[in-house]
Design a protein around this ligand. Structure first.
Ligand code: F6P
Length: 326
């Protein structure tokens, strides 16, 4: 196995709060351990375009508290093609990068897996997405911050909901996984969460309104996981308006508010731990694994497993939401 002297670092896919803390940890741990560090800008696109710059410890000063990513990120169609990946590999060789740390979500890990297999490059993934939908880790960088943002927003919306005795449908991100919707609903005392993987039906929703809302509550908040297939909060609000015209229904779509902002202590800490662990993993000779956290321990999850398996919704959490929102 070729000796690793220089490590590349890239943030790819959608930004997530805490990515900068991970960039800082990777850079500083690598330098501490005697490696050179090269930062790839604008995701895999930067690898193809040669947008690569040497990083010293000062390059990551005063970034731990900022959301987004100082390395910037950008989707790269070209990295999906063999030709694009060939160019990326040539640039890596020209820059003398021997290993790559990829910070991102499922698309980024999928890209890393294909690239690593094709060119026999040691790659380590660090899970960063607000969706928390990666298999093999209890949590991803950015999820806790997004959850807290949702909670703060819903707390504010609740003031109007209770004052005006309204039913709010609040749409949150989270892809089709629904973790933000479910845990966001529990954290903010919502009455219901509509999650695609749990098969929500109009019948269930109207049952909920009939049995719960109309009997014991004069206001209510339902979190809806944004979902292309069912029209999200707008659709569910229409369903209720048609069936119960007497209910005062409102919609709030939180959107990209949820992706930004100062990372929480939890996200900074896991980003720092995972960043350091990625360098330790390379030192141990590990390749093509994602760093995860399982029961507060660092674990190494093969890329193949991360991509093949789905992280499932915990049905006990759904029960808790329903039982304590009566
Ligand atoms: O992956 C994070 C995420 O916020 C998803 O929850 C959401 O579906 C998607 O990104 C939105 O991406 P875009 O910024 O392209 O609208």
């Amino acid at each position: 196995m070729a000796e690793i002297k220089c490590i590349g670092i890239v943030t790819s896919g959608n930004d997530a709060p805490g990515m900068n803390a991970a960039v800082r940890a990777v850079t500083r741990s690598a330098i501490y351990n005697g490696f050179r560090v090269k930062a790839v800008f604008r995701g895999y696109k930067g690898l193809i375009d040669g947008d690569i710059h040497e990083f010293k410890t000062q390059n990551v000063s005063s970034i731990i508290h900022h959301g987004g990513t100082i390395l910037k990120s950008s989707p790269s169609k070209d990295f999906r093609s063999e030709e694009g990946r060939k160019k990326a590999f040539e640039n890596m060789k020209n820059e003398e990068i021997d290993a790559l740390i990829v910070i991102g979500g499922d698309g980024s890990i999928t890209g890393a897996r294909i690239f690593a297999q094709e060119y026999d490059i040691p790659c380590i993934g660090i899970p960063a997405t607000i969706d928390n939908n990666l298999f093999g880790t209890d949590t991803t960088i950015g999820y806790d911050t997004a959850l807290n943002t949702i909670m703060e927003c819903v707390d504010k919306i609740r003031d109007t909901a209770t004052s005006h005795e309204r039913l709010f449908f609040v749409e949150v991100m989270g892809d089709d996984a629904g973790f933000l919707a479910l845990n966001g609903a529990i954290a903010s005392g919502c009455e219901e969460a509509i999650i695609p993987s749990v098969m929500t039906s109009e019948e269930k929703l109207t049952n909920f309104i009939h049995n719960g809302l109309r009997k014991t509550k004069s206001s209510s908040i339902v979190l809806v996981a944004a979902n292309e297939n069912d029209g999200g909060a707008i659709h569910w609000a229409e369903v209720v308006k048609n069936k119960y015209p007497e209910i005062d229904v409102r919609i709030s779509i939180l959107g990209h508010l949820q992706r930004g902002g100062t990372p929480t202590a939890h996200d900074r800490i896991i980003a720092s731990r995972m960043g350091s662990a990625s360098i330790e993993a390379l030192k141990k000779g590990l390749r093509n694994v994602m760093i995860g956290i399982d029961n507060d321990d660092i674990v190494h999850v093969p890329f193949s497993k991360v991509i093949r398996e789905n992280r499932r919704i915990d049905h006990d959490l759904l029960d808790i939401l329903h039982n304590i929102s009566i």
